[in-house]
Write a protein that binds this ligand. Structure first.
Ligand SMILES: Nc1ncnc2c1ncn2[C@@H]1O[C@H](COP(=O)(O)OP(=O)(O)O)[C@@H](O)[C@H]1O
Ligand SMILES: [Mg+2]
Length: 389
C-alpha cells in the first residue's frame, strides 16, 4: 500500500476460524510484517508467545462468545496487544470483545491492507499506552501500611462508584486475607470466597472465577476474603497472580483491597498493579508508616509514577494540614476525601455510601477520585467491517 519504509512488525497467529488460511498466506507475504509462526493451540505456541518479542498477536476464534479463557492464556505469556479474528458468523462478539480491551476485531474476509493497518495501529497503541494496559483491565490497589486508615471504605466505595456511576465492569477483590471486611461493609454475607476458589480442583479460569463472585445490587462484583483467618495461607502468591491475570480479562477494572502488610500475595499484586492508591491520614503514626511503606515500595522497584497518595479524613481538625503531609512524604497528595458522618452510618447499615448518599461530601470526593482514575477520553477503537455484510 504505502511506499514508505516501515519497520516490520513481529506477529504470531493462534487459534482458528473459517477463512484463516488465506489470511495466513497474505500475512506471510506482507513486507510490513514478520509472521513468526502460527499455531492453533496456545499451549503449543507458548515458547514463541513468551519469548518472541512479539508486537501483536492475532487470535482466531470460532466461538460465538468471547473466548476469555484463551485471551487470558495468551495474556499470561505475552503483553503484546491481541487482535481477535473471527468469521462473520461470530460477529456477535464484537462489542463484548472491544469492552474487554481487545485491541481490535477483524471479521473475515478482509483485504490484507486493512489487516496490516489494524496490526500497525494496535502495535502503536500497545507501545504508547501510559500504563501496561495493552488489552486488559486495569488493576488499582488500595494500600496503607497502617490499619484503620480507610482502605476498605475507600476501596469498596470507589469500586461501587465505578460500577454504579461510571458503568464499568468492576471487580472488588478483597486481599485482606485474614480479616477482610469488604463484603460485610457492602451488606453481603458470602458463602463462597477466594479461599473456595483457590482450593477448588482444576485450573483457575474465567468460568471458574464467575462461580465464586458475589454480586452487589449496585452492579459491582466482589470476590470476598476467606471467612476464617487460618484459611488465608492457602491463598498463595502464585494463585493470586493467576487470579489477577484471569480477572483482568473479564473486567475493565479490578480494585484490590489489602492488609497493611507486604506478604507474598501482596507482592504478586504489586507486580500487576497499574495504580497504587496509598492511603494516608492526618496523624503522625500513619504518616511515619506511609513513609516507610514508600521506602519499601522503592526497594521493591515498584515504579514511583504508579503511586498516588490519597488523603482520607482530609478535613479532620487535628493540628496537621495537607501541606505538612506533603512535606513529610516528599510527594503531593493526589486526591483527598473528607471525614463524613455518612461513612460510619452506611458502614453499619451495610450499604455503599456512594449509592446510599451520593451527594454527601465523602461520596463527592470518591466520585472525583473515580473520574480522575478513568478520565472520559476512552481510547478510540475501530472495528473493521467484513468485505461482504
Ligand atoms: N472519610 C471517612 N469519614 C468517616 N469515617 C471514616 C472515613 N474513612 C474511614 N472511616 C471509618 O473508619 C473505619 C475504618 O476504616 P477502614 O476502611 O475499615 O480502614 P482499613 O481498611 O484501612 O483498616 C470505618 O469503619 C469507617 O467507619
Ligand atoms: Mg480494611
Amino acid at each position: 500500500m504505502s511506499e514508505q519504509a516501515h519497520e516490520t512488525i513481529r506477529i504470531f497467529v493462534t487459534g482458528s476460524c473459517d477463512g484463516l488460511q488465506p489470511l495466513l498466506e497474505a500475512l506471510a507475504g506482507s513486507e510490513e510484517l514478520e509472521l513468526l509462526g502460527a499455531n492453533e493451540h496456545i499451549a503449543a505456541a507458548a515458547p514463541a508467545l513468551a519469548g518472541g518479542h512479539l508486537q501483536v498477536v492475532l487470535h482466531a476464534t470460532r466461538s460465538s462468545i468471547l473466548p476469555i479463557n484463551e485471551l487470558a492464556a495468551i495474556r499470561e505469556l505475552t503483553r503484546a496487544p491481541v487482535i481477535l479474528v473471527c468469521s462473520s458468523e461470530a460477529s456477535a462478539l464484537l462489542e463484548e470483545a472491544l469492552e474487554a480491551n481487545v485491541a481490535d476485531v477483524l471479521v473475515l474476509p478482509q483485504f490484507i491492507e486493512n489487516v496490516v493497518f489494524s496490526i500497525r495501529k494496535s502495535c502503536h497503541v500497545g507501545r504508547s499506552a501510559e500504563a501496561p494496559l495493552g488489552s486488559e483491565g486495569r488493576i488499582v490497589t488500595v494500600f496503607s501500611p497502617k490499619g484503620g486508615t480507610g482502605k476498605t471504605v475507600l476501596a469498596a466505595n470507589l469500586a461501587a462508584s465505578l460500577a454504579h456511576d461510571e458503568g464499568k465492569r468492576t471487580l472488588l477483590l478483597d486481599l485482606d486475607l485474614q480479616f477482610g471486611d469488604a463484603a460485610i461493609m457492602l451488606g453481603l454475607e458470602p458463602d463462597k470466597t477466594i479461599f473456595d476458589l483457590v482450593v477448588a480442583p482444576g485450573e483457575l479460569d474465567a468460568d471458574k472465577l464467575t462461580g465464586y463472585i458475589v454480586k452487589h445490587s449496585c452492579g459491582l462484583d466482589i470476590l470476598p476474603a476467606p471467612l476464617r483467618p487460618e484459611d488465608a495461607e492457602l491463598v498463595t502468591e502464585t494463585k493470586v497472580g493467576r487470579l489477577l491475570e484471569v480477572a483482568r480479562y473479564a473486567y475493565e477494572v479490578i480494585i484490590v483491597d489489602t492488609s497493611p502488610f507486604f506478604h507474598g500475595p501482596m507482592l504478586s499484586t504489586l507486580d500487576r498493579t497499574d495504580q497504587l492508591l496509598l492511603v494516608a491520614s492526618l496523624d503522625i503514626p500513619t504518616l511515619k508508616n506511609v513513609r516507610l511503606g514508600m521506602q519499601t515500595l522503592e526497594l521493591l522497584s515498584f515504579p514511583r509514577e504508579r503511586v498516588r497518595v490519597v488523603l482520607n479524613r482530609a478535613n479532620d481538625k487535628v493540628g496537621i494540614k495537607q501541606r505538612q503531609v506533603e512535606e513529610a512524604l516528599e510527594t503531593e497528595v493526589w486526591k483527598s476525601v473528607p471525614v463524613d458522618r455518612a461513612v460510619p452510618l452506611s458502614v453499619n447499615r451495610g450499604v455503599p455510601v456512594v449509592v446510599a448518599d451520593s451527594g454527601c461530601d465523602f461520596s463527592r470526593g470518591v466520585h472525583e477520585l473515580a473520574k480522575a482514575l478513568f478520565p472520559a477520553k476512552e481510547r478510540e477503537r475501530r472495528v473493521l467491517s467484513p468485505l461482504r455484510a
